[in-house]
Design a protein around this ligand. Structure first.
Ligand SMILES: NC(=O)c1ccc[n+]([C@@H]2O[C@H](COP(=O)([O-])OP(=O)(O)OC[C@H]3O[C@@H](n4cnc5c(N)ncnc54)[C@H](O)[C@@H]3O)[C@@H](O)[C@H]2O)c1
Length: 257
């Protein structure tokens, strides 16, 4: 639909955690740019809702139930994608959770859960997708949805930030290792968005938290989920053909301040 450099016609994209929130909006955006999209989340209903929206808009989509913290589930995701569409060109690693708590209260269980989904899940999917793209010999684009918390300290985010910092480093290592195969690996680093992560609890409902977000974001507002579509389509498409290992901040200036 965008045409030219940003056209994704004929491409096949997987977006993890696309049952709602930022993943859902990016999945719809990639489909609008022409890609066939595999949507997935922990609940099939959610993933099917996004796939239905894409199909009703004239696009092509398939929904799957996937738990990205389980390697075999990620393998199934890539296998079914290739069985159904014959190839894989774009992976958006996006499925994530956020447990906000003081560092001294983080339990082993919470720590492990956040790392399993937000870091290991990204690695499982990237490795499996990378192997498929390499076998195809056509290259591809892997986009890791990180967070400003991967680069700056934010109170209450010990496990989340550790995982996102790992995602940033993983992005750079994979970019370097796979550059010669034509597989580009980049990260998007969102700041504070209007949709609050479902697992984040009540922290964002506090007026002081909102004030803090506005004070530290130079654009003085949260991002709208739709504002991630341009960056995702850019990184997925030939418009970014010489971009790899980049961390693209989409944060209203938060990390520049
Ligand atoms: N919302 C924000 O302000 C914000 C800011 C920075 C970064 N992010 C990042 O964006 C991504 C999406 O966040 P969101 O705000 O849309 O969150 P959300 O809670 O609205 O949606 C998360 C999605 O991930 C899925 N998911 C969670 N665990 C999963 C698993 N193990 N397997 C498969 N699917 C799983 C959920 O089912 C859901 O579809 C996350 O990686 C998050 O860290 C969000």
């Amino acid at each position: 639909m965008n045409g030219g450099l940003f056209d994704l016609t004929g491409k096949v994209a997987v977006v993890t955690g696309s049952g709602r929130g930022l993943g859902q909006v990016m999945a719809r955006g990639l489909a609008e740019a022409g890609a066939s999209v595999v949507t997935c989340s922990r609940t099939l209903d959610e993933a099917e809702r996004t796939a239905k929206q894409i199909i009703e808009a004239g696009g092509s989509a398939l929904a799957m139930r996937v738990d990205t913290s389980v390697r075999e589930s990620c393998a199934e995701l890539i296998r079914v994608t290739v069985d159904r569409f014959g190839r894989l060109d774009v992976l958006v690693n996006n499925a994530g959770i956020d447990i906000i708590e003081p560092a001294e209260d983080v339990t082993d269980e919470h720590w492990q859960k956040v790392l399993d989904i937000n870091l290991s899940g990204y690695f499982h999917c990237a490795q499996l997708a990378g192997r498929q793209m390499h076998a195809q010999g056509t290259g591809g684009s892997i986009i890791n949805n990180s967070s400003i918390a991967g680069g700056v300290g934010i109170q209450g985010l010990a496990s989340y930030s550790a995982a996102k910092g790992g995602v940033n480093q993983l992005t750079q290592v994979l970019a370097v290792e796979w550059a010669e195969r034509g597989i580009r690996v980049n990260a998007i680093s969102p700041g504070y968005f209007e949709n609050i992560m479902r697992d984040a609890g009540t922290e964002h409902a506090r007026p002081e938290k909102e004030q803090q977000v506005i004070t530290f974001t130079p654009m003085r507002r949260r991002g709208r989920p739709e504002e991630l579509v341009g960056p995702a389509v850019f990184l997925a498409s030939d418009a970014s053909s010489y971009v790899t290992g980049a961390i693209l901040y989409v944060d209203g200036g938060y990390t520049a301040a």
